[in-house]
Write a protein that binds this ligand. Structure first.
Ligand code: PHE
Length: 330
């Protein structure tokens, strides 16, 4: 048996030791073999041999266990040395993400109107003709449909061209009064410096009893909102047209770049258009079967707000995912 004690003592690796374990203690190992041979011996001898073999077995096992711990410890120490990481070294530069300027702007808009008790509603991006046009006083072949270059699917389905259909959906499913905004993506067939096929709008709608909602209410909240978003700007309302509001207005702020003295961005006018709004047209209320109510509505483009707030020249750059641009908004 001495050779096996030596073998254990001399083993240089955990793998080698494992080989020895199998040779000694395994099913076909030395000990098993010696125990098997014992059956030919006389009973007295058997007891003696068994005792002897069992002694060897347990002391070999002790040697083996001790050696295994030594080898494993060594192996671990070597691994620790080889895989050492100096945590005090400078790492390679990693860049932190940030909210996209469009989403950040959207959050601020939502924050303002939430504080004013407007509920946040969402609709669907794939809409039908009724919600996107018909119920908004835009019957088929109405020339104003041309204002919105629509992406159509088969069966009169389309990608919503504005968030106004959320007004309709909300009124169809809720009784007045209503005080809501609808932030979300909208789609139009357009692509240039100031237009992308997908952009974001926030719609606003307030409905209450007949005679309770006036243009003055609308004017007040939009002025307050625009000052919240742009700081100390002047606000003016210009008569305009939307099929779903009457009267309608477009809202301008004094140019945030030149403070109203006239520059390239405001085309020397000193004003920037930022919103569409008006008093909800009675045809819209008729379409959703509301009676004896009055209301105002408004809609704005979030990208336009973001561009003016952050002085971004090309709208398309907001959608390129350029880390150099996005890093500036941390
Ligand atoms: N839906 C209009 C647009 O996309 C904006 C708007 C909304 C105007 C509500 C008036 C009232 O241009």
């Amino acid at each position: 048996m001495k050779e096996w004690y030596d073998a254990i003592k001399e083993a240089q690796s955990v793998e080698k030791l494992e080989e020895i374990r199998i040779s000694v203690f395994g099913k076909k190992g030395v000990l098993a073999e010696k125990f098997a041979k014992m059956k030919n011996a006389s009973d007295e001898e058997k007891a003696q041999i068994a005792k002897n073999l069992n002694t060897h077995k347990s002391s070999l096992m002790n040697e083996f266990t001790a050696k295994k711990i030594t080898l494993q410890t060594l192996q671990l120490q070597e691994a620790l040395k080889a895989e050492y990481i100096d945590v005090s070294l400078y790492g390679s530069k990693s860049s932190a993400g940030a909210l996209h300027p469009v989403m950040e702007t959207m959050d601020r808009i939502v924050e303002y109107f939430s504080a004013m008790n407007f509920a946040v509603k969402t609709g669907t991006m794939v809409e039908d003709d009724f919600n996107n046009f018909e119920a908004l006083n835009l019957p088929k072949y109405h020339p104003a449909r041309d204002m919105q270059d629509t992406f159509y699917f088969r069966d009169e389905m389309l990608l919503r061209t504005h968030t106004s259909p959320v007004q309709i959906r909300t009124m169809m499913s809720t009784k007045p009064p209503i005080r809501m905004i609808a932030p979300g993506a909208v789609f139009r067939r357009d692509y240039d410096l100031t237009h992308t096929p997908m952009f974001h709008q926030v719609e606003g709608l307030l409905v209450d009893e007949e005679g309770k909602v006036s243009f003055a209410n609308l004017k007040y909240i939009l002025e307050d909102f625009l000052k919240y978003m742009f700081g100390d700007v002047e606000v003016r309302f210009r008569p305009s047209f939307f099929p779903f509001t009457e009267p309608s207005a477009e809202v301008d702020i004094s140019c945030v770049f030149c403070k109203g003295s006239g520059c390239r961005v405001c085309s020397k006018t000193g004003w920037l258009e930022v919103l569409g709004c008006g008093i909800v047209d009675s045809n819209v209320f008729e379409a959703v079967k509301y009676e004896n109510v009055s209301g105002y509505a408004f809609g704005l483009g979030v990208e336009r707000f973001a561009m003016l707030i952050h002085q971004i020249g090309d709208l398309r750059s907001l959608f390129e995912g350029d880390i150099k641009l996005l890093e500036q908004f941390q």
